[in-house]
Ligand binder design. Structure first.
Ligand code: ATP
Ligand code: MG
Length: 762
């Protein structure tokens, strides 16, 4: 940077030559294709400053698309720091959705809406679709609204109106009635003066196509168009961009898109990497700029990420280098199980904090949102403040709250709020009318809601059907209350979720999210297993919910890999790198080889979020639906370059046994040798690893019904008083037995409850 002239404006200072080219080539199309951390977002921000500083456009004449509203706020903030108040009032800096909504308010009538239209959330959409399905005389149980909703999303992501839905696809729903229902839905939305998220862009595209004058007005307005995270745009978004900017359609052609094909992680939302290739066709004179210097991560982190992503076939390929000093190797740690994983991460974070690292510089990135639970629980017990970004905290998720409401009612028969929440969840014919009766009875008699309900079933005030189903619910609650003390808490929750019909209702609901909801419930069951009684569990939950008082700066961040795009942290923990969990078996089942490549891109995104240190963790055992299963290290671990990683294991006695299960091989013996599947995990997979009771393929986290598993057949080779060996706790003596659980007095570790499949007669 020695040759930078003294009068270089501050926003260009420090940029390297290609970054500066991206920031200052204002006329024509520019495509910046570059790896993680190469300063794409920074160059894009400098470009905005350059445009404004040279008065090439007013703030309102720039369209700048970011990945989240938070990223937009960040961009505004940085701009203001760079060029002062000139950056204020940029109405068209935001996400595709927020910008399109703003435009649509102005032209609502062209889409058959009024400008004060409402934007429906997912729940509203589902309710509406359900009504439409039923009114069309279709069996909603067989053809659930969630399924229709994902079809409609897909069509909208492609910019297709009902009349444009491909014939074959309309058949995917209700024997060929998909497009017709989509049509009814759109009509209904118009009557309601409402639209869904997909409509925001779709309406604008159709308005532009039908009204050249409107399109012309916006084309003249937007002198510059900028797009961050370009690799994740879908067909509708791309169409909208080209309508606004492509010279062949009348746009001004000054467009700059920055992206990284290796970070495309939203194909499930219709994102198409092919847009990158299409760009050069729609903007034929586009200048393509590549950035290769990474300013974020240490060489070890970069090398680790580069090795993993090199296993993908469908990529443009690029090199990355950095001048940042070596730093520490990427840490790969094997732990015994999920609780230990949380304990270890908690300890490492506390150590970092003692060393003066700020909590805001630490993140835990998970593949599936249910994974945060174990960390939330642990962090509460050690008093470590955390926040969950881009999602609800575990105990706040709707299905978890429903389940908790049942549990609260079992613990506390008078809990009226909990009763209200679940009286008709799942649907059992106790709708508004029945509920109003119960409430009226409660008011008249001064009884609490649950007691009023009890009194009411003994009268004939309710019709026979609601009366029966209310009686059933109340009988269930009484039964569960009786069982609560004699049952293991996890098993109790499982029983309640099954007998109440909650699980069944979720399973029938084949929507995009129901599998994740089942996972969350399974996680809740798992969370309860450590507790001796319901009250202490519920108390623990309220403590977890309390923990939201400190400000964001003082908190460790937890989020999914998907939400972490574009962000960076000094220290990144990546737990759960096990086959089935990551790569996600569900994704692989649905999309095969293409999904594996997308999972690998997620791994790349995850590792490259780290500035100074990345810690990858995998557990030897996971509890899945109450059953311990041995987990197999993620294949992505075997793709890491050995010279850039430090392998650690907290498995002491257990390590040797686990390794024996892996055919006497170090589980990491194959790390970095060759690509893809190392023989280590293949063999482990074939043998089912440690736990002989469940010879299991790595299909860990599939959405299956929760099976009642606690209290399986007990083994008879472990008599009371007998000596046993446990992989983690060593030698011990059996004290008592409860189903397949043993109380063992370990010589070193003291008394513990363990599952019998985890011990051997000594
Ligand atoms: P991602 O692909 O993850 O979105 P990116 O390419 O957008 O990454 P940025 O977030 O813009 O990268 O930059 C990564 C880090 O490097 C930031 O902390 C940024 O401030 C810093 N950085 C970018 N360019 C330079 C530069 N020329 N000199 C010093 N630091 C830089
Ligand atoms: Mg970026």
């Amino acid at each position: 940077m020695a040759s930078v002239p003294a009068d270089t404006p501050p926003w260009l200072q420090g940029l390297n030559a290609p970054q500066r080219e991206a920031a200052t080539t204002l006329d024509g199309a520019v495509l910046v294709l570059a790896g993680a951390g190469t300063g794409k977002t920074r160059a894009l921000t400098a470009r905005l400053a350059e445009i404004l500083a040279h008065r090439r456009a007013w703030p309102s004449e720039i369209l700048s698309v970011t990945f989240t509203n938070k990223a937009a706020a960040e961009m505004r903030h940085r701009l203001t720091a760079m060029i002062g108040p000139a950056a204020e009032g940029m109405p068209f800096v935001g996400t595709f959705h927020s910008i399109a909504a703003r435009m649509l308010r102005r032209h609502a009538e062209l889409a058959g809406l009024r400008s004060n239209f409402t934007i429906l959330d997912t729940d509203d959409v589902l309710r509406l679709l359900k009504r439409i399905i039923i009114e069309a005389g279709i069996d909603e149980k067989r053809w659930p609204s969630r399924q229709l909703s994902s079809h409609i999303d897909r069509w909208k992501n492609r910019g297709q109106l009902p009349s444009e839905v491909p014939k074959g696809e309309a058949f995917a729903f209700a024997d060929g009635r998909g497009a017709e229902l989509y049509e009814r839905y759109q009509r209904e939305l118009r009557t309601l003066n409402a639209c869904d998220f997909g409509d925001l862009l779709l309406h604008m595209i159709k308005i532009f196509e039908a009204h050249p004058d409107v399109l012309g007005e916006w084309q003249r307005r937007f002198k510059f168009v900028l797009v961050d995270e370009y690799q994740d745009t879908n067909a509708a978004q791309y169409r909208w961009l080209t309508l606004l900017a492509a010279p062949s359609l009348g746009g001004q052609g000054n467009i700059c898109c920055v992206g990284d094909d290796d970070q495309s992680i939203y194909s499930w939302r219709g994102a198409e990497v092919a847009n990158i290739l299409r760009f050069e066709r729609d903007f034929p004179d586009a200048k393509v700029i590549r950035l290769e210097q990474n300013y974020r991560s240490t060489p070890h982190i970069l090398a680790a990420a580069a090795h993993v992503i090199a296993n993908n076939k469908g990529r443009l390929g690029k090199t990355l280098w950095t001048e940042i000093p070596r730093g520490e190797k990427v840490n790969v740690i094997a732990v015994w199980d999920g609780p230990e994983e949380a304990r270890l991460v908690g300890e490492r974070i506390e150590r970092l904090l003692r060393e003066g690292v700020l909590p805001a510089e630490i993140a835990i990135l998970v593949r599936a949102s249910f994974q945060t639970r174990e960390f939330e629980d642990r962090f509460i017990s050690i008093g470590l403040p955390y926040r969950i970004v881009g999602g609800f905290r575990f105990y706040e998720r709707a299905e978890v709250r429903d389940a908790l409401a049942y549990l609260r009612l079992v613990a506390q028969p008078d809990d009226a709020l909990a009763f209200e929440r679940i009286v008709n969840v799942p649907k059992r014919g106790l709708g508004d009318k029945a509920q109003a009766r119960i409430a009226a009875h409660a008011r008249a008699t001064g009884l609490t809601l649950p007691l009023a309900a009890q009194a009411l079933v003994e009268t004939d005030e309710l019709g026979p059907a609601p009366r029966r189903s209310l009686a059933d619910l109340l009988a269930g609650l009484r039964r569960w209350r009786e069982q609560a003390n004699s049952m293991e808490q996890g098993a109790l929750a499982q029983l309640i979720l099954e007998e109440s019909g909650y699980i069944e209702a979720l399973e029938k609901d084949r929507g995009a999210e129901s599998a994740g909801r089942l996972d969350n419930l399974a996680e809740l069951v798992r969370a309860m297993e450590g507790f001796t009684d319901l009250t202490s569990f519920l108390e623990h939950v309220s403590l977890v919910m309390e923990n939201d008082r400190t400000d964001a700066e003082a908190k460790v961040t937890m989020m999914t890999l998907h939400a972490a795009k574009g962000l960076e942290f000094d220290h990144v923990f990546l737990p759960g790198w096990e086959e089935g969990l990551f790569p996600s078996q569900r994704a692989l089942d649905e999309n095969g080889a293409a999904a594996l490549e997308e999972e690998r891109r997620l791994a790349y995104v995850g590792i490259t979020r780290a500035r100074r240190r990345a810690t990858l963790i995998h557990a030897a055992n996971r509890r899945v639906y109450g059953q311990w299963t041995s987990a197999i290290p993620s294949r992505f671990l075997s793709e890491l370059p050995p010279e850039h990683i430090d392998v650690e294991s907290t498995l002491s006695g257990g390590a040797s046994l686990w390794r024996a299960a892996l055919d006497e091989r170090d589980p990491f013996a194959d790390i970095g040798r060759g690509t893809g599947r190392g023989p280590g995990w293949e063999r482990a997979s074939a043998r089912g690893g440690l736990d002989r009771s469940t010879a299991r393929k790595p299909q860990v986290i599939n959405a299956r019904p929760i099976q009642s598993t606690v209290g399986g057949a007990a083994r008879d080779d472990l008599p009371l008083g007998g000596r046993v060996f446990h992989a983690k706790f060593g030698m011990g003596t059996v004290k008592s037995r409860d189903g397949n659980k043993l109380e063992i007095e370990f010589d070193q570790a003291g008394a513990k409850m363990v599952l019998d499949s985890f011990v051997e007669p000594a």
